[in-house]
Ligand binder design. Sequence first.
Ligand code: 4AD
Length: 477
Amino acid sequence: EESKKVVLQEDASLPKATKSKLGNLTPLRSQRVRVSGWVHRLRDQKGIIFVVLRDGTGYLQCVLSGTAQTYEALTLTLESSLELVGTLQPVPEGKTAPGGHELVVDYWRVLGAAPGAEDAFSSRLNEKSDPSILADLRHLVLRGETASAILKLRAALLSSFRGSLVSHDLLEVTPPCLVQTQVEGGATLFTLDYYGQPAFLTQSSQLYLETCLPSLGDVFCVQESFRAENSHTRRHLSEYTHLEAELAFITFEDLMNHIESIICETIGRLLQDPSSAALIKQLNPNFQTPSRPFLRLSYVDAIKWLNEHGIQHEAEDAEGNVIKDEHGNPKMVDHAVGDDIAEAAERRMTDILGTPVFLYGFPAVLKAFYMKKMPKKEGAPDDNHVFTESCDLLMPGVGEIVGGSMRIADMEELLAAYKREGIDASPYYWFTDQRKYGTCEHGGYGLGVERFLAWLANRYTVRECSLYPRWPGRATP
Ligand code: 4AD
């Protein structure tokens, strides 16, 4: 034992080692290389110690035998950080290892030893850890193979989206997060004190994107949006990454075609890239590219469809309270035109349909103030329902991933819309000015990146698709 405590020295007579990330090793086969990373897995097999090293770009099996098998090797712990030098060899016939090669180590050292025993990584975090522990230890969960694969796919997804949007002549801009106007209704605003003035965290960058059209042409942004929604569902976050785009001189039909193209081209780009295709295969082995064109269902037809399929919703009284029957169960009723299609009904519908579906033409009363009204069909009954040129894209397993619409182009109509919604028009002067100085027909959409990723990677909840997810009560780590 004493002899093993001798500190290992790097042998200067050996060929110079090339420093490399684990993801770039293949061209360095049979050469001497220097790598650094964390102990991802560890096993001792017939006296030879196998370390699977991880550095974020890949994994590498490192073999500690002979002089490399020091006392430190025998007490090595998971998640310690190491530097290792050795010869990169193809794995022996019949054996497998990440990348098809392994490092036969001649020199190594511990950079930061991780604790063992009750403070060991695997004692703090394992398959049996309950969800609140996992949330507190998100920084450690990220070291796992699944969590890191999701985040790598997320990065590839964002870059594919950017590629598709730029190829459609949209320019990326960066709107502010600190704002003084609402977009999607006062109920979900996070308010804050801004040098003594009221301000909000943005719910959507849409209004700012609209102002860019006359100077920059069609634009998009990838920006955090904030929603103070007290929703503990698997698809709501308090902060989420919002991919939004705005296009000028288009029709409602153009808008839906554009959304469909961007989504399909983005998926195409991901599948063409071998490393993102491998991540999709790892996370969602049964993934299939949706076929085009996407199903389009008007809101009115969706209401009919729900009733034909016996999908009901909870009855509410005039104050919005759920009506209960004599057993205390909520009273269920059919959908009627004018009703909101709630999350549960929407989810059941997409799961039965099993394909992406555009729901379009929602009643104005259910939607935001800025939405353009649908032209009334000639001879249609005057039944009080005003519909909008709005669409939601629903995906199986997740539900709504995109919300979009054409916008009111006429200034008088916009001023009337503020009034109807009880919105003070003065802070919106810059938004109104778009209609004053050369208005145009335009529209756009917002896509929830975590929801899209949950669909793509077949995750149970959007919480797995955010680096550090925020939901009611959770802003740590
Ligand atoms: O439908 P929403 O509220 O639309 C807007 O904000 C528009 N102003 C966007 C635009 O036209 N530029 O939100 C758009 C999308 C939703 O379809 C959903 O994917 C996502 O944003 N989203 C959320 N994702 C996670 N957690 C939440 N709380 C979300 N709220 C909306």
